[in-house]
Design a protein around this ligand. Structure first.
Ligand code: AMP
Ligand code: MG
Length: 410
C-alpha cells in the first residue's frame, strides 16, 4: 500500500464502526397484507394451517384403489369429485371416481391416473398406462405444516412473500415501525430541478437519489430541502432534522473546502467523527450522533453520495430495521476491458455484467468520474476492486456486486 494512504480508514473498518452499538427499532404495529409490501416482520409468522390442507388430486383423471386394477376388466365410474365439491362417500370396491385437479381424494383411493392415460367406454374406463401408489396425489402438509415458521422476525416482505401469507389465510401482519430519515443537501450552488440556473449553479441530484433509495427501503423520508453554506442555516437544519428523525443524512460540505461549514456546525451540535475513507468514489464521510438521532454526512459528488449510501449507510439501515440478511450479493466475473487503478483505495467502479459463453462477464464503464451520474445509466453492478489492487488487464477476474434492488428496481 502507498504510504500516503496509510491515514485513510478502510471500508471494512468504517462498516464495522457504523454498526457498532446500533440496535433495531423496537416498536411495531399491525398492517393488512395489502399494505405490508416492503415492511419488516416484527415477529415470526407461524402457519395456522397445513398446506395443502387435505390430500387432493394433482390432475384431472380417475382416483382408484391399486388392488382393484385388473387388466381384463373395465372399471365402472362410481361418481365425480370436483374442487370444492368432494365425492361424499368412500370409494366403492372395484370402481373409480372421476376426479378434477384440486378435488379431495375420496377415502379408499391410493392413486390418481391422469385422464390421458385412460380410455373411456360405455361401461367405464380402461387404463392405458401403469399407475403407482400415491401417483398424482398432493399430500396434506407437503408444502407447509401447521405450526411451521414461514417467516422469521426481521424479514422485509417482498412481492414473492405476501401471497404465501394469503394462501395461509393470514391477512394481518405485525411489522416494525418505519425508520424516519431526514435528508438535506448543502451547497450555495444547488438549485431544484424546474428552476432556472445562473452562472455557477447546478441542479441538486443528491436529495432525489437519496430520497428514492430510502423510499425503496421503506423509510419515512423527511425532506428538509437545500441548505445554503452558512452556519446559521446549517445549524438550524441539523436541529430540525434531529428533532424529527431517527437518522439524519446530509450531502456535501464534509470536505475541507473553505465553504464546508457542516464540519464546524457539527462539532458544536453532536458527537461526530470526520473520516477520510480509503474508498473511491467517496473519500470524505462523517458519522456520529446528534442529541436524538444518528447522523451520516455523505460527500457531495452525486456518484460518491450513492456509493457511500450503498456501501455504508445501507448496512446501517438494515441493522436499524432489524433485518438480518446479508446486504450484498457478490460474484466473480471476467473483465472484458482493462481497468486503470492505483493501489491505496477500495474502488467501486460502475460496470455492466452479463452471463455469456458459460461465465459472468463484466465491462467497466468508460467514464468513472464521481460527478458523472450518467455512469449509472447503462451499468448494473459495482466492480469492487480491493484497496491494494493496481491496474487490471482484460481477462482478469474481479468481484462484482449487482446493484441492490433499491437502486436498480423501478
Ligand atoms: P462538497 O462535498 O460540498 O464539496 O461537494 C463536492 C461536489 O459535489 C461539488 O462539485 C458540488 O457542487 C457537488 N455537489 C454537492 N452537493 C450536490 C448535490 N446535492 N447535487 C449535485 N451535486 C452536488
Ligand atoms: Mg458544498
Amino acid at each position: 500500500m502507498e504510504p500516503f494512504t496509510a491515514d485513510l480508514l478502510s471500508i471494512e473498518d468504517a462498516q464495522a464502526l457504523l454498526l457498532r452499538g446500533i440496535s433495531p427499532l423496537l416498536s411495531s404495529h399491525t398492517l393488512t397484507i395489502n399494505e405490508a409490501l416492503g415492511w419488516v416482520t416484527a415477529e415470526p409468522i407461524i402457519s395456522p394451517l397445513n398446506v395443502p390442507g387435505f390430500d387432493n388430486s394433482a390432475m384431472d383423471g380417475y382416483a382408484l384403489r391399486l388392488t382393484d386394477i385388473d387388466a381384463e376388466h373395465v372399471l365402472p365410474i362410481a361418481g365425480q369429485a370436483f374442487a370444492g365439491k368432494p365425492y361424499p362417500a368412500p370409494l366403492p370396491a372395484g370402481q373409480v371416481i372421476q376426479i378434477m385437479t384440486g378435488a379431495p381424494i375420496p377415502e379408499g383411493c391410493d392413486a390418481v391416473i391422469m385422464q390421458e392415460h385412460t380410455q373411456r367406454t360405455a361401461q367405464g374406463i380402461e387404463l392405458t398406462a401403469t399407475v403407482s401408489a400415491g401417483q398424482n396425489i398432493r399430500r396434506i402438509g407437503e408444502d407447509i405444516q401447521q405450526g411451521q415458521v414461514v417467516f422469521d422476525a426481521g424479514v422485509r416482505l417482498k412481492v414473492k412473500d405476501l401471497p404465501l401469507l394469503a394462501s395461509l389465510g393470514i391477512n394481518r401482519v405485525k411489522v416494525r415501525r418505519q425508520l424516519r430519515v431526514a435528508i438535506f443537501s448543502t451547497g450555495d450552488e444547488l438549485v431544484s430541478p424546474g428552476e432556472s440556473l445562473t452562472t455557477g449553479q447546478i441542479y441538486d441530484t443528491n436529495r432525489f437519489s437519496i430520497a428514492l433509495m430510502l423510499q425503496r427501503l421503506n423509510c419515512k423520508v423527511i425532506d428538509l430541502g437545500i441548505i445554503p453554506d452558512n452556519k446559521t442555516a446549517l445549524s438550524e437544519a441539523f436541529h430540525q432534522a434531529d428533532q424529527q428523525a431517527d437518522l439524519v443524512i446530509s450531502t456535501g460540505g464534509v470536505s475541507v473546502g473553505a465553504a464546508d461549514y457542516t464540519r464546524d456546525v457539527l462539532v458544536e451540535c453532536g458527537d461526530i467523527t470526520f473520516w477520510k475513507l480509503a474508498m473511491k468514489p467517496g473519500k470524505p464521510f462523517a458519522f456520529g450522533r446528534l442529541s436524538e438521532s444518528l447522523f451520516c454526512g455523505l460527500p457531495g459528488n452525486p456518484v460518491s453520495a450513492v456509493v457511500t449510501f450503498c456501501q455504508l449507510v445501507y448496512p446501517m439501515i438494515l441493522r436499524l430495521q432489524g433485518i438480518t440478511e446479508k446486504p450484498f450479493a457478490s460474484y466473480r466475473a471476467v473483465l472484458t476491458n482493462p481497468i486503470a487503478k492505483q493501489p491505496g483505495r477500495t474502488e467501486f467502479q460502475r460496470g455492466h455484467f452479463l452471463f455469456q459463453d458459460g461465465e459472468l462477464r463484466v465491462t467497466a464503464e468508460a467514464k468513472q468520474g464521481s460527478h458523472m451520474f450518467s455512469t449509472f445509466t447503462h451499468a448494473n453492478c459495482f466492480i469492487c476492486l480491493p484497496r491494494e489492487s493496481s491496474s487490471l488487464a482484460q481477462g482478469e477476474r474481479v468481484a462484482i456486486q449487482p446493484f441492490p434492488d433499491f437502486l436498480e428496481g423501478a
